[in-house]
Design a protein around this ligand. Structure first.
Ligand code: SF4
Length: 246
């Protein structure tokens, strides 16, 4: 049995610090691997903790304490230190990901303000279950919202939150990026897109190997194109074999 999410009490006591799994892209440069900015040079700040427990999650070290030790897999880092780290790099795009970063969104407001003052633009990778704080919906901030389907090993009664999806859809700052492994997944995505009026839609083939990505890409391409949706790859898997920290 998995043990997800925050360790009780930890978020209330950490002041202006964030619970971080890893940050990368400054010392060893890399790219945004997915979605609308795929291929753009990017820095990554990966927040620890998630509010879902997807069976096919590839970052379980952010939340699955039956397999990982939170004391080894996460540290508390100050907003000031994170901003200074990002500002030391010429790379403009900072991807704030997880886990689910919006669990810590009250303290992300000051991180976003600091990164914007340092001339960065920001993309959040979120599972779309938490209504975004209006103070995060500022210029230079985009959200890649990735609602998780049942086929990804999660109960959709937990992973599909209509109020949060509405908030993202009406923000004008979100793209909806769905992971798919079958044409059946595309039918479910179409239902959700129609029901919650989600746009623009991006589909990304599931896979953690180049072979898996290639096979899913070929399987899905015609059906994605027929719906006039956008199609993404997972560049970090193709380029760096899904190595952690790339
Ligand atoms: S929402 Fe994302 S980080 Fe959280 S369990 Fe699912 S795949 Fe993993």
């Amino acid at each position: 049995m998995t043990t997800p999410g925050p360790v009780p009490g930890e978020l209330a006591t950490s002041g202006a610090r964030l619970i971080i799994a890893e940050r990368f892209g400054a010392e060893t440069p890399t790219f945004q691997g997915e979605g609308p900015s795929c291929g753009h040079p990017a820095l990554f700040i990966r927040l620890s903790r998630c509010n879902l427990t997807c069976a096919r999650c590839d970052t379980k070290y952010t939340w699955d304490w039956s397999q990982f030790d939170p004391r080894k897999e996460s540290t508390k880092q100050s907003v000031a230190d994170l901003v200074a780290w990002a500002a030391s790099s010429p790379v403009e795009l900072v991807v704030i990901t997880g886990g689910e970063p919006l669990i810590q969104q009250r303290r992300l407001v000051s991180l976003v303000q600091g990164l914007r003052a340092a001339g960065k633009r920001i993309e959040f990778e979120t599972n779309g279950t938490i209504v975004p704080d209006p103070e995060l919906l500022t210029d230079g901030v985009r959200f890649n919202v990735s609602p998780k389907l049942r086929s990804f090993g999660v109960d959709e009664s937990q992973s599909i939150e209509p109020a949060a999806l509405r908030a993202f859809a009406s923000s004008g700052q979100a793209a909806f990026k769905f992971v798919a492994s079958s044409v059946t997944d595309l039918d479910r995505i179409a239902e959700l897109v129609d029901l919650h009026e989600l746009a623009p839609v991006w589909v990304m083939p599931e896979g953690t190997t180049a072979e898996g990505i290639a096979a899913a890409t070929r399987l899905l391409a015609d059906a994605v194109a027929a719906r006039h949706w956008h199609f993404s790859t997972r560049l970090h898997v193709l380029a760096f074999a899904n190595a952690r920290g790339r």
